[in-house]
Ligand binder design. Sequence first.
Ligand code: ZN
Length: 318
Amino acid sequence: MPMADTQPGLIQQMLTELPPAFWIGGLALIGAMMGSFLNVVIYRLPRNCLSINKPSRSFCPACKTQLKARDNVPIFGWFLLGGKCRYCGAKFSIRYALVELLVALLFGFAAWKVLYAEGIQTTHLAAWITLAHVLLMITVLVPWALIDLDLHYIPDGLTFLPLALFVPLSANASTYQWGVAGFNPLMFGLQAQWLDSMLSAFTTGIAAMAFLWLMGRMGNLLFRKQAQKVGGDSMGWADVKIMLMLGVMLGWPKMIAAFFVAIALGALVGTIARVLRGTLGVPFGPFLAIGALAVMLFAPNFEAALNWYFNLLQGVAK
Ligand SMILES: [Zn+2]
């Protein structure tokens, strides 16, 4: 039964009657703080000697002095410091501030898109599960893309831990067809279907992983010379792992769409990089992350574009 049909309780009333600005602004603020935390994850997680929670405060990578709380304010901290360490003058990359801004914008946009833009009601429990799903995707995919970009490798903790969360959430991804509007809340309703869709999402992940691994093998055979130049493999192990997780996150129709977005973007950026700098080694992971978020956030728009395309094909066939 949809939640809207039941008599709203106090908490539900509070959730649904707060203005959009509260949720969009509030989540953007949480996003900025999450971005700050993700900067720590991006820096420390691949460096095995560093723990995520110790030291608890951020420190200067050059002189190791801990930053003051006021220098740690998301987005603005970097500007207040003028992009430099207060103690030794070492430069901080503007990327720290940009990551915080990006996650803030993505969180705010996701809140607007999922809760308001598609005309679904915040009274639907499904809307909130979907929002949680999208926010979790952002939280995992942003550090994923940036660590892959930096080091061409993904720590296992960033694959297998989120998997444990996304397998139950995947009921959401694979059952609501494209748009949020067509969603039936299965999570706490129809148990059998929930199990079924979890299995389906997991199978999608395995299939996507196997597919990319095969592509990589073929790529190595076809482009052996180029592959040797970039270190032996045209598709990295990190890319194979991200396919497993994306398959589980998205379910198969969106997974395929995300893959094609990634290929198109990767080809475009790869060509530009080759012309400008003569480099070949652009990691594929960041493009997959962008594709996945784009497809998840713009699912109804993708569906409309796909329908338009199929109608066009039918028109040509006649
Ligand atoms: Zn310093």
